[in-house]
Every structure is written in structure tokens, then in C-alpha cells.
Design a protein around this ligand. Structure first.
Ligand SMILES: [Zn+2]
Length: 373
């Protein structure tokens, strides 16, 4: 069983330590979205330098390219990518169910590669095998994402997710036994709570997932921004306290990180911060700015004063503005360093505030300034 120590609680919020075979994660923590075994525009050394503790890769993308056998041959995701620290994999359900020609059955999903048209099939069993081959420390169970937000579709997707969880857990047990026999490192399974925007379905899903006794939990699917805190309250009041919980794909807006942590989530991942960075949309404590705006042409202040990332310590807004205007690759690199540092650091500060009992003050002060405009 994955070891998780809780150091301090504040209501549903907690600060803790997840112990993985590749090292510790001090939670709450923002996990870097390394979809194709890389965080876009950033090297793993830059990720370490900006304070990232863990990365999350996407099984669907790695199955297509370079193939999971190649990653196994390389010694697993951490070694292949030169990250070396703790790693998560998402099952890829979210991406697969968004494909145009996906065929879904009780058994699994069939789809054509968007790269070369080759046929692929992913089942709960093959998703587990792929994640074990990738060698991530923490795997997400293969879940079904509803095709619409209707209650009927959400309920159907939830029941299928539960049936698939049974199969993921059975396959995971086999693969874990095999790894144990071969003296290979342990890998861990998170069940994924579904139920969409309906809190009674979320409660039912949380109970079901908890009954399977996984190592931890992913909270996935779609939810509305204003309903998220209440949904997390429902789910995390039901999930066992002593196991870690990962909020899947959320964290572009600082309020989601605060609400997530306040309501009992331990880790987060989101492609949003680096995606926005590549478009010149950059976090500051006073809200996001678009550095391409002409008002920054002569602005020789750092992007965010007080930020100790490589970008803010060394460069000015005017320089970043110039790099974006001339479409230099360095623009995307420096912007990504800052935005990723911002979310990682914000969640680190949330952790500190939980530890010293000042979370609510920190949340109120941060959000009132960030969203003041
Ligand atoms: Zn910065």
C-alpha cells in the first residue's frame, strides 16, 4: 500500500507526505503536466529548478508514441525522461473519449491514431499493462468520461467506470504480484471518482471507489467551476482520510487550487499554466497579464516582483514583450518557467499555511488581490 503521512489538518484540508519509490511528495503539491513525457517548453532540470516535485504523463499519448515497450526498455518513465523523481500517469480516458471516431463498448474503446490512422484498442486490462510498462509510481484507473452533461450519460459513464475499476484492480493485482516476484519497484493504483456535476452520483462513486481499497483516488470528469468546492466536499468527506487524492486536470485558475486544497485534495495537475504561458498570458499576484500588450514595451520591471524564478530574477517585461513580438522560442521557455513556478509555488505556500494554521487568511488575502480587477 502506498504510504501517505498526514502532518496537519485544517477542516478537510491537510498537509502530508506521499512516499513513492522515486521519492517523497510534500502535499498539497502541484504536479507538472508532462503529457508526452515532457512538460512543454521546459527541460526536466528547469522543472527541478522551479521547485516541481512530481510529473504526470499521459498513457494514451505514450501508447501512440513512442510506445510503452520502448519506455520499459529505457528503464521506465522517470529514467527515460531524466526526471528521476515521482511520476504519475493518467489513463488517457479523458483524451480518448474526446476523439471523433472512438467506439466504446463494455469491453473498452477502439480508435484510430490521429498520427497515422493505425487501429488501437484500450481496455482496463491493457491500460494497466501500459502503465506498468511505463513504470510510473502512481497509475489512474481507466475511466469512462460521459459524452454529455446529461444525468443519464453521467450515470451510465459512472457505472461503466466502476465496472472497469473492478477489472483494473484485478489486473493491477496480477501485475503487482509479478513485479514483486521479479523484485521490481512497487507501482500504485488510484481509483477515479466520476459522477460529473451531480453530487449524489459523486457520493455514490466515492463510496464505490473507496470500497475497492485502492492506494489513492483521482477525482475526474467534468464539473462546473462554481460547483467544484461543494462536489469536493461531498467526495472527500466520504473517501478514507488516510489515502491521497489527486484532482485531475484542474489548476489553471488559482481559486481552483485553493478550493481544491481546502476541500481535501492533495495533488493537482493541469496543462493550463504552460499553455497560457506559450500564448503570453502570464500570472502575477495582481491577476494574469498579456505580455504582448503594447503597454509593456517600455516596462523594465520584472514580470512579477518578488518572484524568484529564473525569468523574473533575470529579465524584464520589456524583454519578454520583445521576445513574444518577434516569436522567439525563448519567449515560450521563460514564460513557461514563470507560470509553472507560479502554480507550484502557490500550492507550496498553501501547504505552508496549512502547516502553520494560517490557510484561511492566506486564501482570503491571495484571492482578493488576484481577482481584484
Ligand atoms: Zn517568475
Amino acid at each position: 500500500m502506498l504510504k501517505f503521512d498526514i502532518e496537519k489538518r485544517d477542516g478537510l484540508a491537510r498537509a502530508g507526505i506521499i512516499h513513492t519509490p522515486h521519492g517523497e511528495i510534500y502535499t498539497p503539491a502541484f504536479v507538472g503536466a508532462a503529457t508526452r513525457a515532457t512538460v512543454k517548453a521546459l527541460t526536466m532540470q528547469e522543472m527541478r529548478d522551479l521547485g516541481s516535485q512530481a510529473i504526470l504523463a499521459n498513457t494514451y499519448h505514450l501508447i501512440l508514441r513512442p510506445g510503452t515497450d520502448l519506455i520499459k526498455e529505457a528503464g521506465g518513465l522517470a529514467k527515460f525522461s531524466s526526471w528521476h523523481g515521482p511520476t504519475f500517469t493518467d489513463s488517457g480516458g479523458f483524451q480518448i473519449f474526446s476523439l471523433p471516431n472512438v467506439k466504446i463498448s463494455e469491453n473498452g474503446v477502439k480508435f484510430k491514431s490521429h498520427i497515422d490512422g493505425a487501429n488501437f484498442e484500450i481496455t482496463p486490462e491493457s491500460s494497466m499493462q501500459a502503465q506498468w510498462a511505463i513504470g510510473s509510481d502512481i497509475h489512474m484507473a481507466f475511466d469512462h468520461l460521459a459524452k454529455s452533461e446529461s444525468r443519464q450519460d453521467m450515470e451510465k459513464a459512472m457505472h461503466r467506470t466502476h465496472a472497469w475499476l473492478d477489472r483494473c484492480a484485478a489486473e493491477n493485482e496480477k501485475l503487482a504480484a509479478m513485479a514483486h516476484k521479479n523484485n521490481e519497484p512497487e507501482q500504485y493504483l488510484y481509483a477515479v471518482v466520476q459522477g460529473g456535476i451531480f453530487n449524489d452520483l459523486r457520493a455514490e462513486s466515492a463510496k464505490y471507489c473507496a470500497s475497492k481499497n485502492p492506494d489513492g483516488f483521482g477525482i475526474g470528469g467534468v464539473f462546473t467551476a462554481d460547483g467544484m468546492a461543494e462536489m469536493l466536499q461531498t467526495v472527500n468527506s466520504i473517501l478514507p482520510e488516510n489515502k491521497p487524492r489527486h484532482l485531475l486536470g484542474m489548476g489553471q485558475e488559482p481559486i481552483d487550487l485553493f478550493d481544491g486544497a481546502e476541500n481535501g485534495c492533495d495533488t493537482f495537475d493541469c496543462v493550463g499554466p504552460t499553455r497560457m504561458a506559450r500564448n503570453g498570458s502570464l500570472y502575477t499576484l495582481d491577476g494574469r497579464i498579456n505580455i504582448k500588450n503594447s503597454k509593456y514595451k517600455h516596462d523594465f520591471a520584472p514580470l512579477m516582483s518578488g518572484c524568484d524564478c529564473e525569468c523574473c530574477k533575470n529579465y524584464t517585461r520589456a524583454y519578454l514583450h520583445h521576445l513574444f513580438k518577434t516569436d522567439e522560442i525563448t519567449a515560450k521557455i521563460l514564460a513557461s518557467i514563470h507560470n509553472e513556478h507560479f502554480v507550484v509555488h502557490t500550492v507550496d505556500q498553501i501547504r505552508e499555511s496549512i502547516l502553520d494554521g494560517t490557510f484561511k487568511d492566506y486564501k482570503a488575502q491571495f484571492l482578493s488581490r488576484y481577482y481584484s480587477k
